[in-house]
Design a protein around this ligand. Structure first.
Ligand SMILES: Nc1ncnc2c1ncn2[C@@H]1O[C@H](COP(=O)(O)OP(=O)(O)OP(=O)(O)O)[C@@H](O)[C@H]1O
Ligand SMILES: [Mg+2]
Length: 300
């Protein structure tokens, strides 16, 4: 199978030995950073998420895949406090997150980006970055009446923002409105902004969607860099090429449930996974999906 010119021909070094025992949905991890138990979310008569047990391995890159409407974004919303489940409990780094609001979850080190980017278009690139800072001291009473107390912090925040913008090659655009960025640059800005809080776990919802092929390679590398720097990554993605290249572990959702999980190479060969994808993408996405999964020998 030919690989795209914009992705490395060799998969990145994979982290292995993440689970305990036989791979199956809900399998225990050696060092889980997120543990989910009995989490469900219904919208009217529809059960969008119904996860019995799931553990996300620490220090690795985990891909969450599954057909449209499988419940991936809903699960992200629940884990990050943007939505509340009907049942269940979940923890991050050993602390229960039930009832913790989104901004606190982010302060605790678990940040996420959005499927549809949420860069504020009428703010500049640099202003968007500053909004991502952990400690918005200017908002606090004392700091707001004694601005000299927060000015040094402001300078620190700006220095950090510029350093990240440089890393993401957006520094030349710092004074441009976010609205003027391309879709891919906006994804990069969102990822850079998420890093302003020095997160432990970075959750990316379709980082590759709408990204121009010229930027896909650098996006892949930025995600790999997060792991190198010691962060844990959980990302949702339909681009099987990206999943195969960078994911250490893959979790497959369908109709709200976890239907398969395991090391990327193993899961991507699972005929049930291939069927779930090809079966449900026949109309919309077959063109992008077909040819990106390595079919097991004998399967066409
Ligand atoms: N706020 C909501 N109100 C009603 N139904 C919703 C809401 N959010 C999600 N749903 C439904 O829940 C199901 C799961 O949606 P979700 O967005 O989590 O899927 P997904 O796996 O992220 O899909 P995609 O790959 O298309 O992004 C879908 O049937 C969706 O229509
Ligand atoms: Mg989604």
């Amino acid at each position: 199978m030919s690989s795209s010119a914009n992705t490395p021909s060799k998969p990145a070094a994979k982290t292995t030995g993440l689970h305990i025992g036989v791979t199956r949905p809900g399998v225990a991890k050696v060092d889980p950073i997120v543990t989910i138990d009995g989490v469900s979310r219904r919208f009217g008569g529809l059960t969008a998420v119904d996860v019995e047990h799931l553990e996300i391995p620490r220090g690795a890159i985990t891909a969450l895949i599954g057909p449209n409407g499988a419940g991936k974004t809903t699960l992200f919303n629940l884990l990050t406090g943007f939505d509340k489940p009907d049942t269940g409990s979940w923890s991050f780094a050993g602390k229960s997150l039930a009832g913790i609001p989104a901004f606190k979850v982010a302060q605790m080190g678990q940040v996420r980006t959005f499927q549809l980017t949420k860069a504020l278009s009428l703010l500049t690139v640099l202003e968007n970055m500053k909004l991502g800072a952990k400690d918005q001291r200017g908002e606090k009473f004392l700091y707001s009446i004694f601005p000299f107390l927060w000015k040094p912090k402001e300078a620190e925040i700006e220095a950090k923002a510029m350093e990240l913008l440089k890393r993401f090659k957006l520094d030349a655009k710092k004074d441009d409105f976010a609205a003027s960025l391309s879709g891919g640059q906006r994804k990069l800005l969102e990822m850079a902004r998420a890093l302003m809080t020095d997160p432990v776990l970075v959750m990316l919802d379709e980082p590759m969607a709408g990204v121009n092929p010229a930027l896909t390679q650098s996006l892949l590398e930025h995600v790999l860099d997060l792991k190198t720097q010691g962060m844990t990554v959980l990302f949702v993605e339909h681009d099987m090429h990206m999943v195969r290249h960078i994911a250490d572990w893959v979790i497959v959702m369908a109709e709200g449930r976890v239907v398969a999980e395991g090391p990327a190479d193993e899961v991507m060969k699972n005929p049930a996974v291939i069927d779930a994808y090809l079966g449900s993408h026949q109309d919309a996405d077959l063109g992008t999906i077909t040819g990106r999964i390595t079919l097991p020998k004998g399967k066409k």
